[in-house]
Design a protein around this ligand. Structure first.
Ligand code: ADP
Length: 650
């Protein structure tokens, strides 16, 4: 290696060392290398200057020529080291010029003003060139440092011209795509990386030219053919006169993140599907305008269709229970004609003849302006419905059992009620026989006896019929009823009980009440229960009348009301809250189910029960029921007041 090449190599190597490290004691190896380099350089510089001086002096070169030769040496030196070296050699050169090439020769004094000016010009030029060289070197170094930093970055960068030809390719890009810098430069980036764009490249370029930048996700192919998803940022570079000249493309590998997101989305979907299956709730989306329907897996399961088919309203209709088709169509029509939400229940009749009960709720979402789409949930509530049905059956049975229990309590009264007409029938039968036994039978008397017998027989059979219906296991049936009829039916069963307990029973029934829709037996049960409670509450009353008043009326809201008022012990305020609770009783042999059943019957009829009481002076239990039509004109004011039993002796 020649001397100059060695100097250049040393210079390059040392240039890469951070300068401050050259002056630190802990980096003695670098310091020694630097000092060695400086010694070589200064030696070489001194040698070059001496040679130039010697040659020029020998050739008797002029001041200007020699200065020019010195300038070449100084520029070379400044290329190889710092400004100080160049400055020192510049001053040395001025000294040599003054000593050897100006008058008087061999002396530093310069006699001619022209030479002084030439020396100053030389020094200025030399320093200016040195500074310029230093600046150029600094810019080159900054550019190299920038490139080094870009290479250090884990992100991949490349620059391409406006024809997508790659002009710069950093180490990150090499690592990401597997293409070496030399292989990538000069190739068209989109072809090399087989770029898949999210939208058309023309749209992307339009945005880039308009905004100066573009961001999005791209799919690139690596050298080995595998694919990589990158978050890409494009930035437009301009020339000095503002023309777009290149695009700096920064790409971040987000393949793993994407995979993790996909996996998360898949697992979330799996959890959702699992949860939907567990809760028997499917989801759906429906665009009424296009008829397009989306069903979740569970929705397909609920409707019993294969997930491969495309759901339609017609397909859904095929499953809807024939009795609910009209209701279903109504919901669809309303939703199509602008309804914002729906909440409905209907049944499905499945191919195996089983019935499913569905509760569907949905509301409109508008993702895009003017585009209506229903999103909702389909809940399979069959199990809940069946459980509610079973509960209802159990309640009905419990009510029947308590009715039969009440009938047991009333057995003495009932026996009396039945035996009375029977005795009358026997008496009339005997009278009949007597009238027939006469020599000339009194047929008119016989006829009236038989008529009375028929009447008494009917009375007995009516009582037996009431008892049978109360004890029967029929499921509740709602019919149009006259409230006063219901009260009268009950009264005829309980009259004897009233008498036995020395109670005077009064009826205050309003005329012309509108009918109500209800189950006769259940309403009879409520009134019997209220009457029996009233009668029992007066058992301990002595010294004041025991009065039971049954009243029917219509209230201000148009509801029918039955009130059962007694003059018994009244209700202890402490118990008032719990009266209607199941199993609450203050009676030694009470079951505590009566009022609770009365309240459920009232609620099943859309009505309610309430109580008022003056402790020690009696209580009034009231049952309010909705009437089937509005208030008739004669419903108020005209009252049928009957004192059915004479005030019993105390
Ligand atoms: P039971 O008659 O078996 O006790 P109920 O549910 O019919 O069950 O009545 C619950 C309780 O309400 C009774 O034990 C009693 O304390 C109170 N009660 C009901 N009716 C009256 C009434 N007319 N006067 C006073 N207390 C009453």
């Amino acid at each position: 290696m020649n001397f100059f090449a060695e100097l250049v190599e040393q210079s390059e190597r040392l240039r890469c060392l951070p300068k401050r490290r050259l002056f630190r004691s802990d980096t003695s190896v670098d310091q020694i290398a630097r000092l060695r380099y400086l010694a070589w350089l200064w030696l070489a510089g001194g040698f070059a200057m001496a040679t130039a001086t010697g040659v020029c002096f020998h050739l008797q070169a002029r001041l200007g020529t020699t200065g020019f030769v010195y300038l070449i040496v100084i520029v070379l030196l400044s290329l190889m080291d710092s400004f100080i070296t160049s400055a020192v050699f510049s001053i040395t050169a001025v000294g040599c010029l003054a000593f050897f090439f100006t008058q008087p020769i061999f002396g530093f004094r310069v006699a001619e003003l022209r030479d002084v000016a030439a020396l100053i010009a030389f020094l200025t030029t030399s320093l200016a060139i040195t500074t310029l060289v230093r600046r150029v070197r600094w810019l080159g170094k900054a550019a190299r440092e920038q490139a080094r930093l870009l290479d250090l970055s884990h992100d991949s960068f490349f620059v391409r011209d406006m024809n997508a030809v790659i002009t710069y390719w950093n180490r990150g890009a090499e690592e990401l795509y597997g293409w070496e810098k030399g292989e990538a430069l000069g190739r068209t980036s989109h072809q090399l990386l087989q770029t898949r764009f999210p939208v058309s490249i023309d749209d992307i370029m339009n945005t880039l030219l308009k905004m100066g930048r573009w961001e999005g996700e791209l799919v690139h192919a690596k050298r080995d053919g595998s694919q990589v998803v990158v978050a890409s940022r494009w930035s437009l570079q301009h020339s000095a006169n503002g023309h777009p000249i290149s695009v700096l493309e920064t790409n971040n590998d987000i393949t793993l993140r994407k995979r993790a997101e996909d996996a998360l989305r898949r697992s979330q979907a799996a959890y959702l599907a699992e949860a939907q299956q567990l809760s028997l709730t499917g989801s759906f989306g429906w665009n009424p305008a296009s008829g397009e329907i989306f069903w979740s897996e569970q929705s397909f399961r609920i409707f019993g269709y294969d997930p491969d088919i495309i759901p339609t309203v017609e397909l859904t209709l095929e499953r809807v229970h024939p009795d609910d088709v009209a209701l279903f169509r109504q919901v669809i029509d309303k939703a199509t004609s602008g309804e914002q939400q729906f909440d409905c229940e209907y049944r499905l009749l499945m191919p195996d003849s089983s019935v499913k009960h569905l509760h569907v709720v949905a509301h409109v979402v508008t993702d895009e302006p003017g585009k209506r789409r229903f999103v909702g949930a389909i809940m399979d509530v069959t199990a809940t419905k069946l459980a509610a049905q079973k509960l209802h059956e159990a309640q009905t049975e419990l009510a029947r059992v308590t009715r039969v229990t009440t009938l047991g309590e009333l057995s003495a009264s009932i026996a009396h009620e039945v035996s009375q007409p029977l005795a009358a029938i026997v008496t009339n039968g005997e009278a009949c026989l007597r009238w027939l036994g006469h020599p000339s039978p009194e047929l008119a008397e016989v006829q009236s006896c038989i008529t009375r017998m028929i009447g008494e027989g009917r009375r007995a059979s009516k009582i037996v019929h009431h008892i049978r219906t109360l004890a029967k296991k029929d499921s509740p049936q709602k019919t149009l009823l006259d409230l006063n009829d219901v009260i009268n039916d009950v009264v005829c069963l309980t009259q004897r009980e009233v008498f036995n307990h020395k109670v005077s029973l009064c009826l205050k029934l309003a005329y012309g009440l509108p009918p109500l829709l209800g189950d006769r037996v259940q309403l009879q049960q409520v009134i019997i229960n209220l009457m029996m409670n009233g009668i029992q509450s007066m058992d301990g009353i002595h010294g004041r009348p025991r009065e039971l008043l049954i009243e029917s009326r219509m209230d201000e809201d148009g509801n029918l009301v039955v009130a059962v008022q007694d003059s018994g012990s009244g209700i202890d305020p402490e118990n008032a809250e719990r009266l209607f609770d199941a199993f609450f009783t203050t009676k030694p042999n009470g079951l505590g189910m009566g009022l609770s059943i009365c309240q459920s019957i009232a609620e099943a009829h859309g009505g309610r029960m309430w109580v008022s009481s003056k402790p020690g002076h009696g209580a009034t239990f009231q049952l309010g029921l909705p009437a089937i039509i509005g208030r008739p004109d004669n419903a108020r004011g005209q009252i049928d007041f009957r004192e059915l039993t004479k005030r019993a002796p105390q």
